[in-house]
Design a protein around this ligand. Structure first.
Ligand SMILES: C[S@@+](CC[C@H](N)C(=O)[O-])C[C@H]1O[C@@H](n2cnc3c(N)ncnc32)[C@H](O)[C@@H]1O
Ligand SMILES: [Mg+2]
Length: 220
């Protein structure tokens, strides 16, 4: 299988099942025009997050890693009118683009964007917790910290999703010295040893190449 096949299949399903949304398309274009890296989730992955949030009947969502807010908008779309997404972003330039995207999409009232390193902004969220769903998609070396925080800020029944866990297959290399790979491996160790979650991980292919995500249900 080749990238060309993966693109064609993603485009087939996106055309059928992920109708284009002008607000989301505009957010992607504005992010691109502002020079942000093209590392947002793909449209079908955004819809997947949206569906997970709806399946979980999420009213409060935490996202770690905003970029231009594309995945944030998918998550915000899944919320009831009085629901809320808190999204954390370290880079003020990314946050500026995201803030404009939220306003232009008409979702600014449902999204609370906090600028700063997530390890510094997460402790502020103890009063806002518990979150029904947490989406972890920031600096991968910090994934163990983000998993610990996600556990602290959720409740039994909450869902934790961690993006980009495959690292082009290097996650299976126990001798890897890549800090992102090691971050994912350490987080996976924590998930495996944690009696309060039930978790799995999936490899994926698509317009974003070869990747994958982990998902955990908080059980206790
Ligand atoms: C992969 S992008 C997020 C993509 C976004 N979730 C989406 O799919 O549309 C990762 C983001 O995390 C931010 N980031 C990196 N380190 C961070 C940190 N320590 N705290 C918070 N955000 C961080 C980066 O600046 C970048 O905007
Ligand atoms: Mg990602």
């Amino acid at each position: 299988m080749t990238q060309q096949t993966w693109d064609a299949v993603d485009n087939y399903f996106a055309t059928q099942l992920v109708p284009s949304d002008p607000a989301l398309d505009a957010a992607l274009k504005a992010s691109d025009d502002a020079g942000l890296p093209a590392i947002a989730v793909a449209p079908n992955q955004g819809k997947f997050l949206y569906l997970l949030a709806r399946i979980a009947r999420a009213r409060t969502i935490l996202e770690i890693g905003t970029l231009g807010g594309y995945s944030t908008l998918w998550l915000a779309k899944a919320l009831p009118k009085d629901g809320r997404v808190v999204t954390l972003e370290a880079d003020p330039a990314h946050a500026d683009v995201a803030r404009r995207n939220f306003a232009n999409a008409g979702y600014a009232d449902r999204i609370d964007l906090r600028v700063g390193r997530a390890v510094d902004t997460l402790p502020e969220l103890r009063d806002t917790a518990p979150f029904d769903l947490v989406f972890v998609d920031a600096d991968k070396p910090s994934n163990p910290d983000y998993f610990r925080w996600a556990l602290e800020l959720t409740r039994p029944g909450s869902v934790i999703v961690v993006d980009n866990v495959v690292r082009a297959g290097k996650v299976a290399d126990p001798g890897s010295s890549d800090a992102s790979v090691r971050g994912v491996q350490h987080m996976t160790d924590l998930m495996a040893a944690e009696p309060r979650v039930d978790a799995t991980a999936l490899q994926t292919v698509g317009t974003k190449g070869y990747d994958g995500l982990a998902i955990a249900l908080v059980t206790g």
